[in-house]
Design a protein around this ligand. Structure first.
Ligand SMILES: [Zn+2]
Length: 388
């Protein structure tokens, strides 16, 4: 979702990509139920052009406006558009830090501010904008709780905030807090060590999509996954930072040294044919009986969760003898999450909310991997909070 202001509000009867965008937001918030007629897009992207602002969409917009204290007219003008944009963030979705030039905005910032205020820190007004006062409050909290007082709300600070007992509360209804309740209600992952491997890095950018590179997108995705797994109690390591480009041997050696239980490598594809699209996963195996059972199961779970939650095409799981899979001592899976060369896949992958959904899918897959088989729920349904 961009930040351009609009002249004409979207309303009943309008069609086009902007309507599809609004519908994606409403679905992520659980306000618009996906009845199959409102997929993110059809096989050739026609869903984006023909997405219609129908009555169900208008009802969802009215519901959202009511909940957020906006004037309820069922149209999406500047104010509603901005509010939808900010509502996509739940605490834990991303690392929060103060940027004086472009302050971060969102519901996750509001949650952080409310939490700090509840704990007695002056974090300024809970307005959803991360300003200097909020940063000062955050640093004070970090100092008091023995954390690095860097003014950055990452996994360690988030864990401390959560461990202080009370749930994040506020005037907003529970349905806008889906990811927090998801994490709190799922089986915890304490004691599990998981290595996330964002592909490429540094000078090696992988595929490009406009100004964005595969390397940047998979790093962003890895950080979102790190946030969610860490909040669920796992210990998570990333194989690289933004400027590093380790070899496959370095990546697997790193994972082996950490004694990880699970290794997940992240890539996005591209293809000369613009029709190629979808999600595939790979596990170690020769295709003739020798394979990693747990790897195969996780490859299957993670791919199915991503497909079920994003509507991207299912390209199946496949046995491979790639070094990355072969040299890691723990179950290792590579997830190829969509094609940057396909117009619809690319649009989805460039959307931060969609990457949040993929991170949620990975968390669900990891939790299911460690769940007793008899308790395993159907794909795409795991611990989804009840619709308000
Ligand atoms: Zn790649």
């Amino acid at each position: 979702m961009g930040s351009d202001s609009r002249m004409q509000p979207l309303r009943l009867g309008d069609r086009g990509p902007a309507v599809a965008d609004v519908q994606i937001s409403l679905r992520i918030l659980g306000l618009l139920v996906d009845d199959g007629s409102a997929r993110p897009a059809g096989p050739d992207g026609e869903g984006l052009e023909t997405a219609e602002f129908d009555e169900a969409t208008e009802r969802a917009v009215r519901h959202f406006q009511q909940v957020r204290g906006l004037s309820v007219d069922g149209r999406v003008g500047d104010e509603t558009y901005r509010a939808l944009s900010e509502a996509r963030w739940s605490l834990g979705d991303r690392v929060l830090r103060y940027d004086p030039d472009r302050p971060m905005r969102g519901d996750d910032v509001t949650s952080l501010q409310e939490r700090l205020l509840e704990l007695g820190y002056d974090a300024g007004r809970a307005d959803g904008i991360l300003g200097a006062e909020t940063e000062l409050g955050l640093r004070a909290f970090q100092r008091d709780y023995g954390l690095t007082a860097d003014g950055t709300c990452g996994p360690a600070t988030l864990r401390a905030l959560r461990q202080l007992g009370r749930k994040v509360t506020g005037g907003r209804p529970q349905l806008l807090r889906q990811s927090a309740s998801f994490v709190e209600s799922g089986p915890h992952l304490i004691g599990r060590v998981i290595v996330i491997d964002p592909g490429h890095g540094g000078p090696e950018t992988g595929f490009t999509a406009g100004e964005t590179t595969e390397a940047d997108l998979v790093l962003d995705l890895a950080q979102r996954i790190e946030g969610r797994l860490t909040a669920a109690g796992a210990t998570v390591y990333l194989t690289r930072g933004r400027d590093q480009s380790p070899s496959a041997a370095d990546r697997t050696a790193f994972a082996n040294d950490t004694g990880a239980d699970l290794f997940l490598s992240l890539h996005m594809d591209a293809h000369g044919s613009e029709h190629a699209r979808g999600v595939a996963s790979y596990y170690y195996g020769t295709g003739s009986g020798v394979s990693s059972t747990v790897g195969e199961r996780f490859a299957d779970l993670v791919r199915r969760e991503v497909v079920a939650r994003t509507g991207m095409l299912d390209l199946g799981s496949h046995a491979k003898v790639w070094d990355l899979l072969r040299m890691s001592r723990m179950p290792a899976v590579r997830l190829d999450c969509g094609y940057l060369s396909h117009p619809v896949d690319r649009l989805l992958l460039l959307d931060a909310r969609l990457r949040g959904v993929v991170a949620q899918a990975v968390l669900a897959a990891v939790q299911r991997l460690y769940l007793p088989a008899e308790a395993d729920p159907p794909t795409g349904t795991f611990v989804l909070p009840s619709k308000a």
